[in-house]
Design a protein around this ligand. Structure first.
Ligand SMILES: Cc1cc2nc3c(=O)[nH]c(=O)nc-3n(C[C@H](O)[C@H](O)[C@H](O)COP(=O)(O)OP(=O)(O)OC[C@H]3O[C@@H](n4cnc5c(N)ncnc54)[C@H](O)[C@@H]3O)c2cc1C
Length: 388
């Protein structure tokens, strides 16, 4: 049976930007009836953790494994929020080993990568837990209704309210709307949602609002980097060659090595039961296509382990794998935005009572958690002023 739900504010998406926005917003506006709608089974979005039903006891961060802040010195809003997360013990400074592998697979210590410049932070628990703790802080969880495994496929706006329709036909109505994802504004929605018009365009036709038209024009120029992550569940007694005991350990491949092995970085993740999980990231299109076209997934996985062993041949801390490890593969169709970033001046469109946040906005944190958090903090300020 189809249902109808009415709220004051609907938030679409349950990634870190939505969680930061919701927690800040509810702290200062506690009377509103708020719901968060997410297609996934839990919070975290692209910075979440795979808790496998098949492989019990494993928790692997399969999207962003940690995050870095490159501009907090110049941005008090971001700095004070990061201090809050540190004080609440949701995160800590990440002082894990970080290796940059060069041609001989020996390590270099220089810290230069999009994902490691500035100060690095690690969730004290898993990445999914970070989003959960943010939402749960100050008892805020009770103030939101959550709809998981719910995909919004259609948006309508009439003067009174927004009307959102989910894939199974449920209707969600609200006066105010926040989209923490740009899927409903971007041309990739046509394929993913199987619709014939970008949902926001359909809700607000061309020439109704200049700002909406410009926003959609910016997004025309934004594309997304696909990625695969290989989650390797190692055997009982697999360990490092040395006595490293921190939670994570990162190996980045420099360009020429990335071309050769087709891996971008490899993150070792120590589990609560002391088993060592490994997550291998790739954005190499040849490898991604060979996975998509693979006739036999086991043969493909065998190749991944062969590559891993070649890469770490003779490495002083990493042991080879034995080929009887279990592997699962996560396909990120849109792991990170690239191309044009959307100016922050498009975050709130008052006429339509709609706001946007996420890593797709301009700034040093574009395409990263830093950008997601900052855009959520800025939107919350704008939105609270607007609703007052
Ligand atoms: C493999 C990988 C590695 C990464 N590594 C790093 C890193 O090292 N450091 C770093 O800073 N960043 C990294 N990133 C990027 C980082 O994960 C993102 O910048 C950040 O998580 C984005 O958060 P967000 O809240 O803006 O968006 P998202 O996490 O994408 O949240 C949006 C949510 O909306 C949901 N949603 C979308 N459309 C709908 C709909 N129609 N109906 C219902 N729900 C919907 C989605 O399921 C999603 O959960 C990585 C990303 C990936 C995938």
């Amino acid at each position: 049976m189809k249902s109808n739900f009415t709220y004051d504010l609907l938030i679409i998406g349950g990634g870190i930007s939505a969680c930061v926005f919701a927690s800040k917003y509810l702290k200062s506006n506690n009377t509103k009836k708020v719901a968060l709608i997410e297609i996934g089974r839990g919070l975290g979005g692209r910075s979440s953790t795979r808790i496998s039903n098949r492989f019990k006891g494993w928790k692997l961060n399969h999207g962003a494994p940690n995050f870095n802040i490159s501009n907090s010195k110049n941005n008090l809003l971001l700095k004070s929020y990061i201090d809050e997360l540190l004080a609440n013990k949701f995160i800590k400074i990440d002082d894990s080993d970080l290796f940059f592998l060069n041609d001989d697979s020996n390590s270099e210590s220089q810290k230069k990568s999009e994902f490691s410049c500035g100060v690095n932070y690690l969730s004290l628990d898993s990445m999914s837990q970070l989003s959960q703790k943010i939402i749960e802080s100050n008892d805020l969880k009770k103030k939101i209704n959550f709809y998981f495994e719910t995909l919004i496929v259609d948006l309508k706006f009439n003067d009174k309210e927004w009307v959102l329709t989910s894939k199974n036909g449920d209707k969600f109505k609200s006066k105010y709307l926040v989209l923490s994802t740009n899927l409903l504004l971007h041309k990739r929605s046509l394929d993913i949602l199987n619709v014939n018009q970008i949902p926001l365009r359909k809700a607000i036709p061309l020439n109704c609002d200049k700002k909406i038209d410009l926003l959609l024009n910016f997004l025309e120029e934004q594309s997304f980097i696909p990625r695969l992550t290989f989650l390797i569940y190692t055997n009982e007694n697999y360990s490092y060659k040395d006595f490293y005991s921190k939670k994570q350990r990162y190996f980045y491949l420099k360009n020429n090595l990335e071309n050769k092995y087709k891996f971008e970085r490899i993150i070792f993740q120590m589990q609560d039961n002391n088993k060592l999980g490994i997550v291998v990231h790739t954005k190499n299109l040849e490898l991604i296509n060979s996975y998509i076209n693979a006739k036999d997934e086991e043969v493909f996985k065998h190749k991944i382990i062969t590559n891993f062993n070649k890469l770490f041949e003779g490495n002083s801390v990493v042991n080879k794998l034995t080929f009887d490890e279990k592997i699962s593969i996560m396909k990120w169709r849109a792991s990170q935005p690239s191309g044009i970033a959307v100016p922050l001046s498009f975050q709130l469109i008052r006429k339509y009572r709609i706001g946007f946040c996420g890593d797709w906005f301009e700034g040093e944190g574009f395409g990263r958690i830093e950008g997601s958090i900052l855009s959520a903090l800025i939107l919350e300020k704008k939105f609270s002023d607007f609703i007052k």
